[in-house]
Each structure stands twice: as structure tokens, then as C-alpha cells.
Design a protein around this ligand. Structure first.
Ligand SMILES: [Fe+2]
Length: 321
């Protein structure tokens, strides 16, 4: 199976509208020009545009956010209880590849269901299917996203996305062996590198395109859920200006500015209303087909105070409270 990119992600929170200001004025994402499933209307006919009118707020209370040419990349949906990940959208090349992917999932003994037309319309894609990873995260395989162009950040951000996808997401993977097998043997991701930091604990990074990793599997004891979502900015000034907005908004910084040793990402991490941390970085490494995996013995060249297992656990608990 060939996954092209981490195409979109869905997050469940008690009040999506309350996240809109954070997502736009702090992170610099743009409210979707139209929400998935809405009619675009006729550009030349006044008043015929989508009902959400560029607010990013759908009729069901979901909030859709845009970071590049794609209609949306991050969906925030109303859900009672603890905030957290609802689904990951992994892009495949087309209809045939989707069929083959579902067949391969079935052959590997994994859940595999073709999506309906209504489900595809609700994601603004041409076709999709469903599976689950060994942690129980809902994985959607899809092809043919709507691209409406015209991304303008409300905070002057430019994101490195496009064919490289949303960014990366680091999943807490207590069943590490099963998770690694699922993402590599079944989905076809390749190991980029890994770091061991305690008895049985490790951080493992997997790529499906030139981005150093689109999926990270982090084993910290029995911790479950998501550790962080990373969005990559075009340059260091955009990271610095975002850090300043985070400080001005009084949002807790969960890891100080630093540079990772493996993906060379210059970044910081913050608490978010999504139930996991958000990393904003730049200058991440690109890999190619000649890349071979290696083991790193330290996480960082400098900085990044706050990524030790105890602090990770404390921050997760604080965001779930
Ligand atoms: Fe990261």
C-alpha cells in the first residue's frame, strides 16, 4: 500500500467555536471558505455562496480550518467529554489504489469498509474507506480532495503542506509492536529513525513522502491518545511570531524553543484546546528513497525542555481536565 500523505485530521471537543479564535489568530489557520458538503454556489451570482459564508462554522457546529490550497485540513467537531483525535485522513492516489488498499487491509485481518458517497461528501473528497489502527484510532483512506486555493492566513502564516500533507501527528502507542506493524507492514510507511529513552519506552518516526515523519509512535508506558500535532511554518520568523502570539494569549508553552536532533525541526510546543499539544516548527528534514533508518541517542541539539516522560504525562492530564 502506498499512502501519499497525512491529508486531514478530525478532532472532537466540547465547544468547537471556542477553538476558532485559537486556531485562527494564534495558529494562523484560515476558516474554510465553504464547509465540506456545502454547495459553493455560482461565483457570479450574489448571495449564492455557501451558507457558512467563510466563517468556517458548519450547520452541525463543526469548525473547518484551511492551511493551503485544500478546502480544509483540520475539522473540529462537537463531542462531549474529553477533547481528542476523532480521525486521521490518509491520502491514496486514486479509486483503484483505494480498492487495493481496502483489499490489503482485509487480507491482513484489519477492519476495512468502503465509505459511502455521503461520507465522502462530508469530507470534501471523491472517495474514501475506513479502518482502525491497533490503538483504536479511526483511519480514513481517501482520494480526490477538493482544492479551492485562496489560502490567506489571518496571522501572516505560511504552512509547508501541499503534497507533504498537514504536518505530523505523534500517537501514543502502548501496543507499540502491533502499531509499528500496522503502519509499516500494512499501510506501507517506512521507518525514518527512532530514539529509546527508558526501559521499553521509545519514540519512532515514519514517513510516507519527503517529510521526515507524518506519523510518530510514542511509547511512554501505557499512555494512550495523541501527544502532539506538528504544523510546519515557512520560516523561523513565522515560528517566532507565533511564539509571541502564544505568549501574549497566555497559552502554556509545554516545551521551550529547541531543535530536534533527528528531524532538525526548530520548534516549540504549546497546550491546546484539542486535548493534545501543538508543535509549531520550521526547517524540518526531507527524506528520499535512499534514506535508511538510524537510532538517535538524544532527542535534541538544544532546548525543548518539557519533552521528558513525566512532563508529557502531566501536560496530557492538564489538557484533559
Ligand atoms: Fe513533532
Amino acid at each position: 500500500m502506498k499512502i501519499c500523505a497525512l491529508g486531514y485530521i478530525g478532532i472532537g471537543v466540547p465547544d468547537p467555536r471556542a477553538c476558532l479564535d485559537y486556531a485562527t489568530s494564534v495558529l494562523g489557520l484560515m476558516p474554510a471558505r465553504a464547509c465540506p458538503g456545502e454547495d459553493w454556489g455560482m461565483p457570479a451570482v450574489p448571495g449564492s455562496g455557501p451558507a457558512s459564508a467563510g466563517s468556517g462554522i458548519a450547520a452541525d457546529g463543526s469548525v473547518y480550518l484551511k492551511m493551503d490550497d485544500w478546502q480544509w485540513r483540520i475539522g473540529v467537531h462537537p463531542r462531549a467529554g474529553r477533547a481528542g483525535l476523532m480521525y486521521l485522513g490518509l491520502e491514496v492516489a486514486g479509486a483503484l489504489e483505494l480498492e487495493q488498499a481496502l483489499a490489503e487491509l482485509r487480507a491482513a485481518g484489519c477492519e476495512a469498509r468502503a465509505g459511502t458517497e455521503a461520507e465522502a461528501r462530508a469530507r470534501a473528497v471523491t472517495g474514501m474507506g475506513h479502518t482502525r489502527d491497533p490503538m483504536g484510532n479511526a483511519i480514513e483512506l481517501f482520494y480526490g480532495p477538493v482544492k479551492d486555493r485562496k489560502f490567506v492566513s489571518p496571522a501572516g502564516m505560511e504552512f509547508v503542506a501541499g503534497a507533504l500533507g498537514v504536518g505530523h501527528i505523534n500517537l501514543l502507542a502502548a501496543p507499540l509492536v502491533a502499531a509499528r506493524d500496522f503502519y509499516t507492514r500494512v499501510l506501507g510507511f517506512r521507518l525514518t529513525d527512532f530514539i529509546r529513552f527508558g526501559p521499553g519506552d521509545s519514540a519512532n518516526f515514519f514517513h510516507c513522502n519527503a517529510r521526515h515523519h507524518s506519523i510518530g509512535l510514542l511509547k511512554v508506558g501505557d499512555l494512550a491518545g495523541v501527544h502532539h500535532l506538528m504544523l510546519e511554518a515557512r520560516d523561523i520568523d513565522m515560528v517566532g511570531r507565533c511564539l509571541q502570539r502564544v505568549e501574549e494569549a497566555g497559552i502554556p508553552i509545554t516545551s521551550t524553543l529547541g531543535r530536534h536532533a533527528n528531524d532538525r525541526m526548530l520548534s516549540f510546543y504549546m497546550a491546546s484546546p484539542f486535548g493534545f499539544e501543538v508543535e509549531i516548527g520550521c526547517e524540518g528534514v526531507r527524506v528520499d528513497e535512499h534514506w535508511t533508518p538510524s537510532e538517535f541517542v538524544e532527542g535534541d541539539i538544544w532546548g525543548h525542555r518539557g519533552l521528558d516522560p513525566e512532563t508529557i504525562q502531566r501536560n496530557l492530564a492538564a489538557m484533559g481536565a
